[in-house]
Every structure is written in structure tokens, then in C-alpha cells.
Design a protein around this ligand. Structure first.
Ligand SMILES: [Zn+2]
Length: 241
């Protein structure tokens, strides 16, 4: 049965292959959370990939929190499965983000959904807004595009955190790399980066000001327009429905 999976998923990268293998083993009961994966060589043979690929896959799955890589030798050595990947929303999101299989339009819609909700509920006294203000000051000084966009994402995460919903914060955190990744890619489509950066700075200030004035409705509208505006400016708005 597993060989069919391999054929079906022939185009997958090795970490996806290993992840699906783990999911298969968990659902079939051959491996439980807390159990160990076969040795690198054995897993490589079973999956028909190189040991180097397996090692790299384990590294990614470790970063996702699915496994803990083994150290040393003896009965306690070996890579341990520490969470069921199918049960972890965060892991699933991070997987898709890692493989860049999330359509940009869907990320934009999800950002609008989460961030306009968060902006509407962020309270003026929330300590995360102090961080948000500091980040905006930092963005006023000269930065390369990538540094600017990294600060931009941190500002949005701080505003989301200010709403005080741990699940929304976790979801935004999971999307962090996807948000920064597509923003960086889209800069190639922008006619004038300096003009865009100036506009983004102004819009951030307006969003923060609306929250500080306890005008959640305005903050929500501004943040939605801010997110969608960047996407449209990069020429991708038309396919958005
Ligand atoms: Zn922004």
C-alpha cells in the first residue's frame, strides 16, 4: 500500500515523503507518538531516497516539531516522533509554507481575515503596541528591502498579538515566513520601491493611530486596504475574487 503512496507522491520533496510515511505509520499503528523512526539507512532504503535526503528531511521535520532527532548510539538513539503531524495545525501550516504550496491570494485573504479582526479588537493599552510603535520608528531609518519587510511583518505580528487571542497569534506566527516570502517576491513587480515603502510607512502609522484612538472599525478597514493594496500594486489583484 505504501508503494502506491510513493507513486502517487513521486513529485514530493523528501521531507514531505518522510512526513507522509510518518502519518501512514501513525494511522496504521506501526509507530506511536514517542516511538522511534527506523535508522537513517533503513528509512532511506524503504523510501527509495538517499541518506542525505533523509537527514535533511529529519532536520526540517525537527524544525516543524514533528520529530526530535536522535543523538548517540545504543537503545536510546534514533529519531523520536514527538507529535502527530496531522493533529497539529501549526505543523500543517508550516509544512505548506515551507514548500510554498500556499497560493498568494489565499494568504492575502487569510491575512485580511485575521488582521482586520485583530486590529478591530486590539486595545490601546496593550503592551504589544509599544513594540509596534518602536518597529515603525525603526522602519523610518534607511533599510534594505528585505530588512524593511522583516520589520513590516514584525509590526503586523505585534498588532495581531495586541488583540490578545493566542490562537490568532499562533496562526499569524505560522504564516510569518509565507507573508515575508511573498512580499519579497512581489517587490520585483513594484514600479517604484521607494514610493511603496513611503506609502507603507504612512499606512502603518495610520493603522496604529486608529488603534490608539480606540477606533477599531477604522483600524480594521485600514489594515485590510494596506494588505490588499500591496498585492494589487504588484499586479496580482485582478485574479482576486
Ligand atoms: Zn505592512
Amino acid at each position: 500500500m505504501w508503494s502506491n503512496h510513493i507513486k502517487y507522491h513521486w513529485h514530493m520533496r523528501t521531507h514531505q515523503l518522510v512526513l507522509h510515511w510518518i502519518e501512514d505509520q501513525l494511522s496504521g499503528g506501526q509507530v506511536a507518538v514517542g516511538g522511534r523512526l527506523p535508522a537513517e539507512r533503513s528509512l532511506a532504503e524503504q523510501l527509495g531516497v538517499s541518506r542525505t535526503s533523509v537527514r535533511e528531511a529529519i532536520r526540517i521535520l525537527e524544525a516543524m516539531g514533528v520529530v526530535r532527532a536522535g543523538v548517540g548510539s545504543g537503545p536510546d538513539a534514533g529519531t523520536v516522533v514527538i507529535s502527530d503531524p496531522t493533529a497539529a495545525l501549526g505543523s500543517a501550516l508550516r509544512l505548506h509554507v515551507a514548500t510554498q504550496h500556499l497560493p498568494v491570494a489565499d494568504i492575502v485573504e487569510t491575512r485580511v481575515l485575521l488582521e482586520s479582526w485583530a486590529a478591530a479588537r486590539a486595545k490601546p493599552g496593550a503592551p504589544e503596541l509599544d513594540l509596534a510603535a518602536t518597529l515603525l520608528d525603526d522602519m523610518d531609518s534607511d533599510h534594505g528591502v528585505d530588512d524593511f519587510l522583516a520589520l513590516d511583518v514584525r509590526f503586523h505580528l505585534a498588532v495581531a498579538d495586541a488583540a490578545g487571542n493566542a490562537v490568532v497569534s499562533a496562526m499569524m506566527g505560522s504564516l510569518r515566513e509565507a507573508i515575508q516570502g511573498y512580499a519579497e517576491k512581489l517587490t520585483a513587480n513594484l514600479p517604484d520601491w521607494d514610493a511603496t515603502a513611503a506609502r507603507l510607512r504612512t499606512e502603518h502609522r495610520e493603522i496604529l493611530a486608529a488603534i490608539m484612538n480606540d477606533d477599531g472599525g477604522r483600524a480594521a478597514k485600514l489594515v485590510a486596504a494596506h494588505i490588499e493594496g500591496y498585492y494589487k500594486e504588484a499586479g496580482l489583484g485582478r485574479e482576486h475574487h
